[in-house]
Design a protein around this ligand. Structure first.
Ligand code: SGN
Ligand code: CA
Length: 531
C-alpha cells in the first residue's frame, strides 16, 4: 500500500479542516449598511451634528472615502446595484416599485459557490429574498422600528424590542453561535435606521429631545438659480414634512391649532407605529414626547413661518440623530467582538449607507437628486494589513463597485458583465492604478412621493451635468469647485459653453458604455404608465 496516502489523510484531517486565519486565508467580509445615513451625520466626515466614535473607528483604522456616491439615490435600486454590480436599467430595479430581474446573478451567490459562509440580518428592501445566503433574517419591506417582524429561511418571526438592537443581537448570535469558524464568511449587517419616520430607542430619545443642532447655511433656500426640479420637489421640511407623522405631534393637536396637514397621510402616518408599542414602550414615549407637544402648543400662536421651519428642523434632527446614536453603538459592539476573537485581523469591515440624505440643506429632507447630499454616500473601510490606518481617499467610487471589489478581495472571479470596477487598488493605496474620471447617475421614480423629476447625469470631480426629462427638458451644470453648495446652475452661462459641450459628449459616451439609451428611458416611462 502506498505509504503516502494515510499520511495525506492525517494531514488533511489535521490541517485541511481547521483553516486557521492566516494572511493567505481569504478574508471575511462584513458589509454594514444603514438606511438613509447622511455622511453629514458621521463625525469622521463632519462633527457639527453628532459624535459617532465607533463608526469613526473604521476610518481611524482604515480608509475614509470622500467621493463615494450612488448611481440612483433610492433604497431598492441602490441595493440591487450593490448586489449585482450593475446599473438600474440593467437589473430592472429602477425605483422602489419596479421588479428586480431575478435572472441576474448577485455576488453572494458567487461567494457561496466559492465556499464562503453567507448570512444577512436587517433591512434588505429590494422586493425579493436574497439569493446565495445561507441564513437570513430580514425585515419585510421597510420594516418597523419597534417589535419588528422578520422574514427568515424558516418563515416569519416577530421579536420584541428596538430594531437596531435586535438586528445587532441577531447578527451577534450568528457570529457567536452559528457561524462555522472553519470557513470564511460574508456577512450583511443591514440597519433600518435612520429611515423615516425616525423613531429612536428609549435611551436615545430621552437624551436627544433636549438637544439643539446647528442649522445648515441653506435651510431657507429659495431655489433661485436652480431649475424647475428643485423648485417643484416636495422635500421641504417646512412644507412637506408631516407635523404628526414626522415631527411627532398628536393628530388632534393639528385640529386644535388649525394646522393644515403637510400631506393626506400626515395625521395617520404614526398611528401604526403607536399601535405597535407595548404598554410600557408607549408610556415611556408619551412621558418624553408629551412635554414637547405641550411646549409647542404654547409657542405655536406666535410662531412665524421661519420659526416653524426652525422648530421642525430641530425636531427632525433630534429623532434622526437619536436613531444614529443606536447605530453607532451597534457598530461598537461588533468591532469589540471582532477584537476579542482575533477576527479583526482577517476581516474587511465596510460601513456605508444605501444613499445620502438631506439634513436641512436646501431646506430639504429625503434624497433622490444627483445633488451632493443625496448623491454622495458615506464609505469607510477597514482591512488590516492592506489598508493603511487613517488613510483618506478622494477618488470617485460608486455603490456599483462593491461586488467586484469584494470578489477581488476574496480571490473570486467577477462575471464579465458586471459594470463596476474593483477598488481594491485604492484600498492598497495604489491610486495610480485607478483611472475613472467620471461617474454616471440615473434617477427614475417620478411622478411619485417627493416629486423629484427623472434625470440622468455625469459627475466629475470638478463638474456635474444633469438632464431632467419626461415632463421637462432642462439641463443643469454645477461647478463643484466654485459652488460646493450647488446654488447656481451654470448651464446657460456662456463662460461654461465649452465645459458643457465636453461633458455632454462624455455623458453620451457613458450612456453607451453602460448600455443606457433614450429607448430605455422611454421603455421605463411606458412601463411606469402602464402600472
Ligand atoms: C417612504 C418615505 C419616503 C421615502 C421612501 C423611500 N415616506 O415612502 O420619504 O423617500 O419611503 O425610501 S414615509 O412617510 O412612508 O416614511 S427608501 O429608503 O426606501 O428608498
Ligand atoms: Ca434608503
Amino acid at each position: 500500500m502506498n505509504k503516502i496516502i494515510p499520511f495525506l489523510l492525517i494531514a488533511v484531517l489535521l490541517f485541511g479542516c481547521t483553516q486557521k486565519p492566516t494572511e493567505k486565508t481569504p478574508p471575511n467580509i462584513i458589509f454594514i449598511m444603514s438606511d438613509d445615513h447622511a455622511y453629514q451625520a458621521i463625525s469622521a466626515y463632519s462633527d457639527k451634528l453628532i459624535h459617532t466614535p465607533n463608526i469613526d473607528r473604521i476610518a481611524e483604522e482604515g480608509m475614509l472615502f470622500n467621493n463615494a456616491c450612488v448611481t440612483n439615490s433610492l433604497c431598492a435600486p441602490s441595493r440591487a446595484t450593490i448586489l449585482t454590480g450593475k446599473h438600474c436599467h440593467i437589473h430592472g430595479k429602477i425605483d422602489n416599485r419596479f421588479p428586480f430581474d431575478t435572472t441576474q446573478v448577485t455576488f453572494p451567490q458567487l461567494f457561496q459557490a466559492a465556499g464562503y459562509q453567507t448570512a444577512m440580518f436587517g433591512k434588505l428592501h429590494f422586493g425579493n429574498n436574497p439569493k446565495g445566503i445561507d441564513e437570513f433574517k430580514i425585515l419585510p419591506g421597510q420594516g418597523n422600528y419597534y417589535n419588528p417582524e422578520f422574514n427568515t429561511n424558516e418563515g416569519r418571526i416577530k421579536v420584541e424590542g428596538y430594531t437596531t438592537d435586535i438586528i445587532t443581537d441577531l447578527t451577534m448570535d450568528w457570529m457567536k453561535n452559528r457561524r462555522d469558524p472553519d470557513k470564511p464568511f460574508l456577512l450583511f449587517y443591514l440597519h433600518k435606521a435612520p429611515h423615516r419616520e425616525w423613531l429612536p430607542a428609549e435611551r436615545h430619545y430621552r437624551e436627544y429631545i433636549h438637544k439643539t443642532f446647528p442649522e445648515p447655511a441653506t435651510l431657507f433656500d429659495d431655489y433661485k438659480g436652480r431649475g424647475s426640479a428643485a423648485k417643484e420637489a416636495e422635500m421641504n421640511i417646512l412644507l412637506h414634512q408631516n407635523w404628526a407623522g414626522d415631527s411627532k405631534l398628536r393628530p388632534e393637536v393639528l385640529d386644535q391649532l388649525g394646522i393644515e396637514p403637510a400631506s393626506d397621510w400626515d395625521k395617520r402616518a404614526m398611528q401604526g407605529k403607536y399601535d405597535r408599542f407595548t404598554e410600557e414602550q408607549l408610556a415611556s414615549w408619551n412621558e418624553v414626547y408629551d412635554p414637547m407637544i405641550e411646549d409647542f402648543i404654547e409657542r405655536y400662536p406666535t410662531m412665524t413661518e421661519k420659526d416653524k421651519m426652525r422648530w421642525k428642523y430641530q425636531r427632525y434632527m433630534q429623532d434622526y440623530l437619536g436613531c444614529i446614536a443606536a447605530v453607532d453603538e451597534s457598530v461598537g459592539t461588533l468591532l469589540d467582538y471582532l477584537d476579542q476573537e482575533g477576527l479583526d485581523k482577517n476581516t474587511i469591515v465596510v460601513y456605508t449607507s444605501d444613499q445620502g440624505f438631506y439634513l436641512g440643506e436646501h431646506g430639504w429632507f429625503d434624497k433622490r437628486f444627483i445633488y451632493n447630499e443625496s448623491f454622495k454616500t458615506p464609505l469607510l473601510v477597514r482591512w488590516p494589513g492592506v489598508v493603511e490606518a487613517g488613510s483618506v481617499n478622494n477618488e470617485m467610487v460608486q455603490n456599483l463597485d462593491f461586488a467586484q471589489t469584494f470578489l477581488e478581495a476574496a480571490g473570486i472571479k467577477a462575471p464579465d458583465d458586471m459594470q463596476g470596477e474593483s477598488f481594491v487598488p485604492l484600498l492598497k493605496g495604489e491610486d495610480e492604478n485607478w483611472d475613472r474620471d467620471a461617474v454616471y447617475y440615473h434617477y427614475y421614480e417620478y411622478p411619485a412621493v417627493h416629486m423629484v423629476k427623472r434625470h440622468y447625469g455625469i459627475v466629475t470631480k470638478q463638474y456635474k451635468l444633469a438632464h431632467f426629462y419626461y415632463d421637462v427638458d432642462e439641463w443643469e451644470l454645477y461647478d463643484r469647485m466654485k459652488d460646493s453648495m450647488e446654488m447656481q446652475n451654470e448651464y446657460n452661462n456662456p463662460a461654461y459653453a465649452e465645459v458643457v459641450a465636453d461633458l455632454k459628449e462624455k455623458l453620451a459616451g457613458l450612456r453607451v458604455q453602460y448600455k443606457d439609451s433614450e429607448e430605455l428611458d422611454q421603455k421605463f416611462i411606458d412601463m411606469y404608465n402602464l402600472k
